[in-house]
Design a protein around this ligand. Structure first.
Ligand code: G6P
Length: 362
């Protein structure tokens, strides 16, 4: 079938907009009518002592977010690494490790090499891929298609959120099998996620004004804490890929150990902070930024906006969501910020310079 932009200006806009449908497809594949998780039976987390998550680029940030879920919900030890480091580190891998390789294309050379390293150590290999006939799928013991549908834009959007959904379902399954209590209202609340994403996508208007301001900056810092820290990294990655503005993602708590030296009125700071258990901590980091003249863009929910908007240059308000699900919902404003900043700068959104959709050479 021919893939077109379906009335959108760019594939990226189309793929951002497709996320509610894509997530519904992923949920239909792995969550039944009674909210029972239906992952392949070979995935038996009772026997897994340790989880290794490996990927490149955006997939790596999905893995990093998943580490928080597996540790907090399933109480499992997790190691996460980028494939290019993992493969040459030659990490010792003990029996009882499940190695999960996350790749949209299923063809990334470094990820495939990391997979082969683990396969050579007789580990169980799971591949989370968007292309079921890919090399990574072929060489995995267990294949989990993410059902995002074809992704054309070089910058990954719907594959990222589908990866997150499936990694979370894996963590919930692992928790259930290991006798850990599930977080309140999960997995039921996953059903509300597509509707909430739709709301955020429809509210893109609030991002365009912010992006026009960001487009004037030379450097932008993204801050997040807990499982929003990987989102800060992903927000910075997307922004630099698409707009060519230098951006860095930092754990909010690390601000004082370096990046605070960069803060002045010319360096906007995007703070990703839903009103969760760590909100106050992040707000105090945000205040340190404002005390030094830094311009803050706060991405939060209505409660967060009410508590902490004072002195903030712009606030992007998202609907409230179960705090376990915030990395998935907050991925959308991270994508929108990058998209609209690139539009404001006039760069090539779908084909950024020097980047490729799939990197099949080392
Ligand atoms: C390239 C793409 C990124 C992607 C990364 C990993 O750098 O531009 O969007 O995240 O490769 O690709 P994969 O197909 O393995 O997820």
């Amino acid at each position: 079938a021919r893939i077109d932009k379906d009335g959108h200006k760019h594939f990226m806009a189309k793929e951002i907009a497709e996320q509610p449908t894509a997530i519904n497809r992923a949920l239909a594949a792995y969550l039944d009518q009674n909210n029972q998780i239906t992952l392949p039976e070979e995935l038996d987390f009772t026997k897994v002592e340790r989880l290794t998550l490996v990927a490149c680029g955006t997939g790596y940030y999905a893995c990093l977010a998943a580490k928080y879920w597996f540790e907090q919900i399933a109480r499992m030890p997790v190691e996460v690494d980028v494939a290019s480091e993992f493969r040459y580190r030659e990490p010792p891998i003990s029996a009882g490790t499940l190695a999960v390789f996350v790749s949209q294309s299923g063809e990334t050379a470094d990820t495939l090499a990391a997979l082969r390293y683990c396969a050579g150590k007789a580990q169980q290999i799971a591949g989370l891929v968007n292309v079921p006939e890919s090399s990574i799928a072929r060489e995995s013991d267990v294949v989990l298609p993410i059902h995002a549908g074809p992704e054309i834009s070089v910058a990954s959007t719907k594959a990222f959120t589908c990866q997150l959904v499936i990694l979370l379902l894996m963590a919930l399954k692992a928790a259930a099998q290991r006798g850990q209590p599930l977080p309140a209202d999960l997995p039921e609340d996953l059903r509300s996620l597509p509707g909430l994403l739709h709301q955020v996508i429809a509210g893109e208007e609030q991002v365009t004004a912010v992006s026009r301001e960001l487009a004037k900056a030379q450097d932008i810092i993204f801050l997040g804490r807990g499982h929003l820290y990987p989102l800060a990294l992903e927000g910075a990655l997307k922004l630099k890929e698409l707009s060519y503005i230098h951006a860095e993602g930092y754990a909010s708590g690390e601000l004082k150990h370096g990046p605070i030296a960069l803060i002045d009125e010319t360096v906007p700071v995007v703070v990703i902070a839903p009103s969760d258990a760590l909100f106050d901590k992040t707000v105090s980091n945000m205040q340190e930024v404002m005390a030094r003249g830094g311009k803050v863009i706060l991405v939060t929910d209505a409660k967060g906006a009410e508590l902490a908007s004072e002195g903030v240059a712009e606030t992007l308000v998202l609907p409230h969501v179960n705090s376990v699900l915030t990395p998935i919902l907050y991925a959308v404003p991270a994508q929108q910020i990058a998209y609209f900043t690139a539009i404001a700068k006039g760069t090539d959104v779908d084909q950024p310079r020097n980047l490729a959709k799939s990197v099949t050479v080392e």
